[in-house]
Design a protein. Structure first.
Length: 197
């Protein structure tokens, strides 16, 4: 797990990154800037519990940053979930919080994950554990209105103008961030339809 000093605002960006691409880099850059983060942890999962492992490349091949963000010292690449034998985000976030008192964390995900968030294990618990920032993604823009998570936690939605303060807010608190969007996806790259940058 990366080192972080007390008082910092840290974004947690978990993903399969199978493979990593410029769309991920865009999400990381938007999150760092709009959420006023000191650090962003790029957390490579041993395997999304909801995805088949059939097409999943080994962790070693997914453990790399796209060129656009590789030189950014605020982005920390890690695969600690594998070494700690955790896979579910609810467990990951509990572990991170327990080991880092005094740090303000925010979970970051693309809008496609907001759409399916109610299928994640203990998703309500995740929402009560730390604030969540959802980054717009082509094809999933309306998830901020229509998803079960958005409806259930409508009362906890924060205006994106207040995003710089999100990490310090008491959960539940979440926001939807609009901005430049990327059509890239790992599936399209694996299928040879698009290139990673
Ligand atoms: N183009 C994109 N725009 C916004 N968010 C994205 C984009 N691509 C990925 N994300 C987000 O980045 C995180 C990691 O995504 P992931 O590694 O699953 O990439 P993916 O392109 O969605 O992969 P796949 O096509 O294999 O499902 C997720 O929260 C996902 O929502
Ligand atoms: O905990 C869950 O049930 C769960 C279900 C689906 C996805 N996740 C996490 O969400 C993150 C994004 O996954 P992915 O495959 O969309 O890149 C990654 O950290 C996964 O471990 C977690």
């Amino acid at each position: 797990m990366p080192y972080v000093a007390k008082g910092m605002q840290v974004g947690l960006f978990g993903g399969s990154f199978n493979p990593p691409h410029a769309g991920h880099a865009l999400v990381a850059e938007i999150a760092l800037r709009r959420l006023a983060l000191d650090q962003l942890w790029w957390i490579v999962t041993p395997g999304n519990p909801l995805k088949s492992t059939r097409e999943l490349a080994p962790l070693s091949q997914r453990l790399r940053l796209p060129p656009a963000v590789a030189a950014n010292p605020r982005i920390k690449l890690t695969a600690f979930e594998a070494s700690y034998h955790v896979r579910y985000t609810a467990d990951t976030l509990a572990l991170i919080k327990a080991r880092n008192p005094g740090v303000d964390f925010v979970w970051i995900m693309g809008a496609d994950n907001l759409r399916d968030f109610h299928r994640w294990q203990r998703w309500r618990e995740i929402t009560m554990t730390m604030p969540i920032a959802v980054i717009d993604r082509p094809g999933a823009t309306l998830s901020f209105l229509s998803s079960i998570m958005a409806k259930t936690f409508d009362y906890a939605r924060v205006d994106e103008a207040d995003a710089p303060r999100l990490a310090r807010m008491k959960p539940p608190a979440w926001t939807f961030i609009h901005g430049p969007r990327s059509l890239l996806s790992s599936t399209a790259i694996r299928n040879g339809e698009l290139s990673a940058d």
